[in-house]
Design a protein around this ligand. Structure first.
Ligand code: ASP
Ligand code: MG
Length: 405
């Protein structure tokens, strides 16, 4: 017998038939002798619709009221799922975020979970009742409804799993696991049986959309094993676990890509203390999120080139900020290139294997793909290349690292 938190996303509860299908799955898990709590998202499309209603009245409307409106989608899905479970003969009840409560900070629209008072859920589970809890919503310290930011239900589920001391958090979604690469591009991509938290974190933040990054951070912090699996097919998914729970030692676990980035280069920036701070401080203050940063060695000791990437939507804002600090950092000119993509190879095995970077660079070179920028971390190598080569690069690297099915 295990204590499990099951999470179902918006597509999985997209209509009444699908809600019945979810209820049947939950019942099967409970009937197998497990203690079960369920976290659900709003029915697909509902949150978008609610956000649209708020925007139609006032795009800059009070965020506390925005949260009251957009949290409503999850209120509907928890109630419907509880009814569907009851109609199958299960004892089930729903709680809203404020009722447990799911305690959050007061950053409305993007709240962080501080803790969940899960006594009621634990008692229900221990009695063999099925607790149904909404994702995405919580309550602020002053008692107002909050939401966690779009896609926040994964984080709700992992937080609940941590709070009830669950053995595992099963995230049911519309894909059947985590793949070595996006299967829509690389048809020979393989589903992974297991992946480490750290690798998943890199995959999630590098563009693989299976799990919300924050949920993986939460799982890593509380050591909650996650399983990603399909709500439509009855097959085992991918387990996200500690490194010591992984037996086979693959050097590279996956290849991710981050589209929608743009490269900005400052040519011949003054080479003296404080210049980087003068560039990236104002960018941060303007809310521009910077990803890769590369600074060259200065040839003459007087000036150097600085390259960094930002989201494509932020290019205009970034250029305006850079223009504003021109006198301070004395650059010669600035270049922006929006037609780039970042490709990352990810794997904890990199720590103990030599030649991983060389394999990447050689494989790309053989296809005539020019690498514009390189950055690395302990378990990741990322390159920036022209966007036109994205698909070729992903397939080439997938083969080069022996990941093809
Ligand atoms: N319903 C919310 C959204 O669409 C939360 C979630 O689905 O995770 O963003
Ligand atoms: Mg959603």
């Amino acid at each position: 017998m295990s204590r499990l938190v099951l999470k179902f996303g918006g597509t999985s509860v997209g209509d009444v038939d699908r809600i019945r299908n979810v209820a049947a799955k939950v019942k099967a898990v409970a009937d197998a002798g497990n203690e079960v709590a369920v976290v659900v998202s709003a029915m697909a499309g509902t949150t978008d619709q609610l956000v649209g209603l708020v925007r139609d009245i006032d795009p800059r409307g009070d965020l506390r009221e925005y949260d009251v409106v957009v949290s409503a989608g999850e209120q509907i899905s928890v109630g419907l799922l509880a009814i569907a479970l009851q109609s199958l003969g299960c004892r089930a009840r729903s709680w809203l975020g404020w009722q447990l409560p799911v305690r959050c900070d007061s950053a409305h629209g993007a709240a962080r979970i501080l803790g969940i008072d899960a006594d009621a859920v634990v008692t229900a589970m221990a009695n063999g009742d099925i607790a149904v809890v909404p994702g995405f919503q919580g309550v602020s310290p002053d008692g107002r409804v909050t939401t966690l930011g779009r896609g926040g239900s994964d984080t709700s589920a992992v937080a609940l799993a941590a709070a009830v001391g669950a053995d595992r958090c099963d995230i049911y979604t519309d894909v059947d696991g985590v793949y070595t690469c996006d299967p829509r591009i690389v048809t020979r991509a393989r589903k992974l049986d297991r992946i480490t938290y750290e690798e998943m974190l890199e995959m999630a933040s590098q563009g693989a959309k299976v799990l919300q990054t924050r949920s993986v951070v939460m799982a890593l912090k509380h050591r909650v094993p996650i399983q990603v699996l399909s709500s439509f097919a009855d097959v085992p998914g991918t387990l996200v676990v500690d490194e010591e729970d992984i037996v086979e030692d693959e050097t590279i676990s996956g290849i991710a890509y981050a589209p929608g980035e743009a490269k900005i280069t400052l040519v011949r920036v003054a080479d003296r203390p404080g210049v980087a701070a003068s560039i990236f401080g104002p960018l941060a203050n303007a809310g521009v999120n910077v990803d890769m940063i590369v600074q060259n060695v200065s040839e003459d000791g007087k000036s150097t080139d600085v390259t960094f990437t930002v989201g494509r939507d932020d290019v205009a804002r970034a250029l305006k900020v850079i223009e504003g600090v021109r006198d301070e950092i004395e650059y010669e000119r600035v270049q922006a290139d929006p037609d780039v993509v970042k490709i990352s190879v990810i794997g904890v095995g990199m720590r103990s294997h030599a030649g991983v970077a060389h394999t990447m660079f050689r494989a790309l070179a053989e296809k005539g793909i020019n690498i514009q920028t390189i950055t690395t971390s302990e378990i990741k190598i990322s390159v920036l290349i022209a966007e036109d080569y994205k698909e070729l690069a992903l397939r080439t690297l997938h083969t080069a690292y022996g990941l093809d099915a």
